[in-house]
Structure formats: structure tokens, C-alpha cells
Design a binder for this molecule. Structure first.
Ligand code: UD1
Length: 383
């Protein structure tokens, strides 16, 4: 029996972990034992607990309860905790997801203890090292033994950084193996899509028809923590609302705090009294899928939601200047606007009239998680 230690911490990682846990439960339960460590990076009920309940993810055996803090102190607390967990549980491999501080801490702790790291969502780059996520994902990739990229651009990026797609087994941190395997979030969207129907009650309570509203989330520090940027985004939303649009906004706690701090009282008052803008608590995964499937379009700075928009055949206005999901921009499914009011309004107007969008299969066949588990066993099992 092979033992893996899975590191989760931030909301999207809990969702991603559901796909791998499901593959282990349904296909590999006699060969892989999974121990889950939650760093506690996200801790509010609706940022963490709700996902375990809703998505049938096994309970974390270890919770470091690190909570919020500066990048340095948060990551340092995680590093210490993951190191101890590795020493206690002696896993054969450590599995990390994406690009958060929890990802980076897991990679560093395992690499120093010579435990092979499996990075799921490897190879993505924004080419903006001012984003903490870019620093985290580069670190994670270069500490890894097995790198699973969800798309072609991830492989291209890794090749440019010196990775070799023809490397032969046995693999270790100095001879890593790179795969393009599809996206476990596509697996999840397929699996949870029908379960999500009707999960969000807000559409009903507001009497919203299918395809009648814009779904928006904003949480990136570059948008929330720069007053002019947050103001520009909300000025755009106010103009859209004045023109008759309905905008549903489930809010990350960071955004609620930033709105109070960074919007002028005048803008805040207009947002709060706007009939078209609905500020909502964070949504669970099933609620957000239900909202995505029934939206007209998405307007978001989230990485995950850009792809979910695509999975459910909706266009997405991306409130960033760059994206890791370049294929969506190249294929016309997403438009990058940054926090620029006129670009946001133009992009929304463009998608209102776009009837020629196509949705090629960029992200695999919905079986990425099973493939990943099979490769972990084949490449890293000591049996
Ligand atoms: C983190 C990830 C980001 C990911 C996002 C998903 C890093 C560097 N960033 O950003 O890539 O897209 O998660 O949601 O790891 N807070 C709460 N309750 C919580 C969690 C956070 O109130 O349960 C508030 C705190 O004020 C905290 C702030 O949100 O300081 C930011 O949280 P943090 O975990 O540092 O980063 P995120 O913005 O969530």
C-alpha cells in the first residue's frame, strides 16, 4: 500500500482534492492510502468546512490552523507543520495543488526531506512575478518529481525552463517527469454538474431567468488592495447595473474588507443601493456551479472560474492583465481587461453580441484524476 500526504489549505484546493480523493476511493482504494493535511489557510465555515461536507472529501487527519498572516509568517508556520507531518507519517509522496502559499510550503518541506513531490496543475505561468502565485508555482514545479500540467501551454512553459519531456524512469527531483494530463477541475465540473442543479436559491429569490445575469467574483490583491483599481471595477459594475444588468457577486472575505477600506463612502453607498448589484456571501462549489451554468457571462479575476465558464460554455471577462489560461483568450472565450472600466464595459458588450464562440477540448477527457493516481503508483510506489 502506498501512502500519499495531500496538502490543502485554500478553497480551490479543497475542490481539487475532491477529484483525486474520488479516484482513490473508486479505483485505487486497495493500493493508495491518502492522508490529508489542511494548513488552515482558509478557515471560515463557508471558505473551508462547507467543501468537505458537500464534496465528500475525507476529513483532514491534520489541521495546522495557521490562519491568515503576512506571506512570510503564514508560509513559515505551514512549512514547520508540514515538515513535522512528513516526519510523523513518512509518506511515499506528497501531493500539492496549484499555486497558493500552502502549495509552496508543502513543496519546500518535502523537497528538503527528500520526499517526492507530485504537483497537480504544474507548468502554468502568468509571467508576472509580482503575483505571489507565480512565485509559488515556479517554486513548486522546480521542487517536484512528477509534474501534471492541465494544458499544452503548461508543457511549453516547462520545456522553456529546462524540463525534459523525454526523461526516463526512475524519476526523482533531479530527473522529473512531466505530463499533459487534462484538468482535474474538468473532471469535477463533469462530476458535480448535475448535482449542482438548483443548489443556489438566490436566482429563485430574485426571480432570475436562465442567462439573464452576470456572475462576478473579485479577490486578487492587485484588484482589491489598490483603491483606484477596485473603484474602477465597481464604477464599471454600476454603469452595467444602471443599463439594466443584474450582477451577482459572491464575495471573498478579503474583498468585503477591501471594499470598506478602499471604496469611497460615495461609491460604496451607490453600490449598496444599486438595484442591479447583489453582494452575496461566498458560495459553495455546488452553488457556484449552479450560478455559472445559468449565467449570461462571468466577470472574474479567479483562475478557476475562467475555466469553469468555459466548461459550461459561457464567455468570461477576466479582470486581470494576464492569465495562465492563454488558450481561452486565444480562442476568444475570455477577454483580459485588467481593472479598467472602459475595457470591462467593452468586453461585456462584445460578449453580449457574440454568437460564434467555440469550445474545443483543451482540458482532457474528464479522467485526469484517475490517470494521475495511476502514474503516482507506477512511478513512485516502492512495492
Ligand atoms: C489564496 C491564494 C490565491 C487563491 C485564493 C482562493 C495565496 C498566495 N493566494 O488567496 O491564489 O486564488 O486563496 O480563494 O495563497 N480570510 C478570511 N477567512 C478565510 C480566509 C481568508 O477572512 O477563511 C481573509 C483574511 O483577511 C486574509 C485574506 O482573506 O488575510 C486573504 O487570505 P489568504 O489566504 O492570505 O489569501 P487569499 O486572498 O484567500
Amino acid at each position: 500500500m502506498m501512502k500519499i500526504l495531500t496538502i490543502v489549505g485554500a478553497r480551490p484546493q479543497l475542490i481539487k482534492a475532491a477529484a483525486i480523493s474520488r479516484a482513490i476511493r473508486t479505483v485505487y482504494s486497495d493500493r493508495i492510502e491518502e492522508v490529508i493535511l489542511h494548513t488552515g489557510q482558509h478557515y471560515d465555515e463557508n471558505m473551508s468546512e462547507v467543501f468537505f461536507t458537500e464534496l465528500s472529501i475525507p476529513r483532514p487527519e491534520i489541521n495546522l490552523n495557521v490562519g491568515s498572516g503576512s506571506h512570510g509568517s503564514q508560509t513559515a508556520r505551514m512549512l514547520e507543520g508540514v515538515e513535522q507531518a512528513i516526519l510523523d507519517h513518512k509518506p511515499d509522496a506528497l501531493v500539492i495543488y496549484g499555486d497558493t502559499n500552502s502549495t509552496c510550503a508543502g513543496a519546500l518541506a518535502a523537497a528538503k526531506l527528500h520526499v517526492p513531490v507530485v504537483h497537480i496543475e504544474a507548468g502554468l505561468r502568468s509571467f508576472n512575478k509580482k503575483m505571489p502565485e507565480e512565485v509559488n508555482r515556479i517554486t513548486a514545479d522546480h521542487m517536484s518529481t512528477l509534474l501534471f500540467s492541465p494544458n499544452e501551454s503548461g508543457i511549453t512553459n516547462l520545456l522553456k525552463e529546462g524540463f525534459n519531456t523525454d526523461a526516463e524512469a526512475p524519476h526523482d527531483i533531479d530527473n522529473p517527469k512531466v505530463y499533459q494530463c487534462g484538468d482535474i477541475m474538468f473532471d469535477n465540473s463533469l462530476h458535480f454538474s448535475s448535482l449542482a442543479d438548483g443548489k443556489s436559491s438566490i436566482k429563485q429569490s430574485l426571480g432570475l431567468e436562465k442567462g439573464s445575469y452576470i456572475l462576478s467574483t473579485v479577490h486578487r490583491p492587485s484588484n482589491t488592495d489598490v483603491p483606484e483599481n477596485l473603484t474602477d471595477i465597481f464604477e464599471a459594475f454600476l454603469e452595467l447595473a444602471d443599463a439594466g444588468n443584474t450582477i451577482l457577486m459572491p464575495l471573498h472575505p478579503r474583498t468585503v474588507a477591501a471594499m470598506n477600506r478602499n471604496l469611497s463612502p460615495e461609491v460604496m453607498a451607490r453600490v449598496e443601493s444599486s438595484k442591479g448589484i447583489h453582494l452575496l456571501p461566498p458560495a459553495s462549489f455546488l452553488e457556484i456551479i449552479d450560478l455559472e451554468k445559468n449565467a449570461k457571462m462571468l466577470v472574474s479575476d479567479s483562475g478557476g472560474m475562467q475555466k469553469e465558464a468555459f466548461f459550461f460554455k459561457k464567455p468570461c471577462v477576466v479582470l486581470r492583465k494576464e492569465t495562465e489560461w492563454v488558450e481561452l483568450v486565444e480562442n476568444g472565450n475570455a477577454i483580459l481587461t485588467g481593472p479598467n472600466k472602459s475595457k470591462i464595459l467593452n468586453a461585456v458588450a462584445h460578449f453580449e453580441n457574440a454568437s460564434d464562440l467555440t469550445f474545443p477540448s483543451f482540458y482532457g477527457d474528464g479522467k485526469a484524476a484517475e490517470f494521475i493516481c495511476g502514474e503516482i503508483l507506477q512511478q513512485l510506489s516502492k512495492d
